[in-house]
Design a protein around this ligand. Structure first.
Ligand code: CA
Length: 245
């Protein structure tokens, strides 16, 4: 990317916000600050677009979950890295369910935050350039599309084509579908999904994944209430059946 990426930092604790501003600018990013959710949403509606958002969960007024949900509902798929409180794994799942792409528990190490941000930007950049045929594919990149039962998951464009509709996916939704597509037929325990897709290792209420699955079923199933592709295995986890039951 020739122009520096624009990052929006949504954080109400001023010393943290200014620390992030200083360090991100030192890395060559353009940075804007928002101290609450309403300000963040209004900045994100305006041009030029941001390439990523660092979104604190605990904000005055609208919290980070509400901000992420409203962004996605408005069709804005800017990568969102959510900053959660340590020891609150339910925050992580709520955040991912709200449409965040990744999370980091506070207090975080700056170098880890920068690395995560770089991954998000790289994935987004990769996704955008893959639609341009003159760009050579990086051989390290995984397959770009997966087909099953008349549906297509395009991991490069972050799009799912199903039931005559094209649906935008968050990076995390795409990662979850990729994991399923790489492990068809097998019963995948919820704990494994948490660890491998969400990188959540804390003991947590794993039923929280179920809400995420409910949303994906609305995308891929003909009858989301009686799924044939993404099945629940009671008390254990899930099974993905590419040809249906
Ligand atoms: Ca806060």
């Amino acid at each position: 990317m020739s122009t520096p990426a624009r990052i929006l930092v949504v954080e109400d604790e001023l010393h943290l916000a200014e620390g992030l501003l200083f360090n991100l600018q030192a890395e060559g990013y353009q940075v804007a600050l928002a101290g609450d959710g309403e300000t963040a949403l209004s900045l994100l509606e305006q041009a030029p677009a941001f390439q990523a958002v660092l979104l604190d969960v605990m904000l005055p007024g609208k919290d980070g979950f509400a901000v992420a949900s409203e962004l996605r509902a408005a069709g804005n798929y800017v990568p969102v890295l959510m900053l959660t409180a340590r020891g609150r794994p339910e925050d992580i799942l709520n955040g991912l369910e709200a449409g965040a792409d990744d999370y980091l528990a506070k207090p975080f190490d700056l170098s880890i935050l920068l690395a995560r941000l770089h991954v998000l930007l790289r994935r987004m950049h990769w996704q955008q350039t893959r639609s341009a045929p003159e760009q050579a594919a990086d051989p390290a990149d995984p397959p770009t599309a997966y087909h099953f039962a008349g549906r297509t998951i395009d991991f490069a464009l972050l799009e799912l084509e199903a039931k005559g509709q094209r649906i935008r996916l968050t990076l995390m939704e795409a990662d979850f579908l990729r994991y399923l597509s790489e492990h068809p037929f097998r019963i995948i325990p919820r704990k494994e999904l948490l660890e491998r897709v969400w990188r959540v290792h804390e003991d947590t209420d794993t039923r929280a994944i179920d809400n995420f699955v409910v949303r994906l079923r609305r995308y891929i199933e003909d009858e989301p209430a009686t799924p044939v592709y993404l099945k629940t295995v009671r008390g254990v986890g899930y099974r993905f059946l590419p040809a249906g039951e």
